[in-house]
Design a protein around this ligand. Sequence first.
Ligand SMILES: Cc1cc2nc3c(=O)[nH]c(=O)nc-3n(C[C@H](O)[C@H](O)[C@H](O)COP(=O)(O)O)c2cc1C
Ligand SMILES: Nc1ncnc2c1ncn2[C@@H]1O[C@H](COP(=O)(O)OP(=O)(O)O)[C@@H](O)[C@H]1O
Length: 313
Amino acid sequence: MPAVQFQNIENTRLPAKPLHLAIGMFDGMHLGHRAVIDMAIQSARRSGGLAGVLTFAPHPTVLLRPDNPTRLICNPGTKARLLVETGVDFVITQQFTPELAQVEAEDFIPLLLKHLPRLNTIYVGENWRFGRGRRGDMAMLVAGAKKHRLTVVGVSHVSENGKPISSTRIRACLEDGEIEEANIMLGYSYFAEGTVMPGKALGRDLGYPTLNIPWEPGLRPRLGVYAVEVSGEKAPGKYRAVANYGLRPTVENSTQPRIEAHLLGPCPFTGGDQIRVDWLRFIRPEMKFASVDELTAQIAKDRAKAEAFFDLA
Ligand SMILES: Cc1cc2nc3c(=O)[nH]c(=O)nc-3n(C[C@H](O)[C@H](O)[C@H](O)COP(=O)(O)O)c2cc1C
Ligand SMILES: Nc1ncnc2c1ncn2[C@@H]1O[C@H](COP(=O)(O)OP(=O)(O)O)[C@@H](O)[C@H]1O
């Protein structure tokens, strides 16, 4: 059964079973997030309860720090899908309103219980903060839960390279082009999705036809050339490719970043197809070339690097 999705806790209608609820922003859905959610799923399965996620949109910083909100790894649609794919029974997306931002930490559990009376256990990462001014911490959550006979499970950090995995660390990696380290922490390959759009048909003339998709996530990964894999419903499997993610300063200097993927072998996709691009390795930063000939010569080298990465050379 795919997860049932609800907008806001007051609209949540669930069967009368004990609820095991993982709470958080879960931006990126990295290995640490998955550990929290998996804990909720396992407990619910063991005890005949229901496992779910409570997450928030927009990110609280959109309201609290509008001049510099947190730039998100996942757009809301992608996050919702990744959440559903974890195997939870339900996902609640709670609108983060000015009123919610004013709720005191002490009032948070009573608010949950008002709308989720069968709440049994709350699962959070051990450093999770909540309530007005982020005053609520693990100790307050445990104290509040005790009063209402709830259980709180604080899931300890999952580490990579001796340091806790966090969305902040993954953002820094993506901005620096450290895609392999980002992918290790995510537990899957960073990916982009979109509908193939027509370009200026220059790619074919250059000898490097490309599948182009616009890609403008909150958190913009480093502009440059990457080894990627392209997939889509139209054709099974993954297609190795070399892609530029950028603004194309040599030919147009756009303000809208785009992924242009040149497949290393035959290409089953065309304009209008829905594709997914998995990012695997950063090859070089995007550059402005003095001529299209220089760009073309560089693309030949990029292609060779991608082939070497895939061990095809
Ligand atoms: C592997 C690869 C690397 C690229 N690197 C750059 C680059 O460094 N600078 C740049 O301005 N454009 C770069 N491009 C983008 C080309 O300018 C663009 O693909 C070409 O002009 C075709 O455009 P079209 O798809 O609109 O026809 C790159 C494209 C590919 C496929
Ligand atoms: N190896 C390949 N990689 C990407 N696209 C390819 C490849 N071979 C053929 N194509 C086709 O070429 C088209 C892109 O050609 P291109 O000249 O870049 O034009 P445009 O970017 O204007 O669509 C793609 O839609 C795809 O169907």
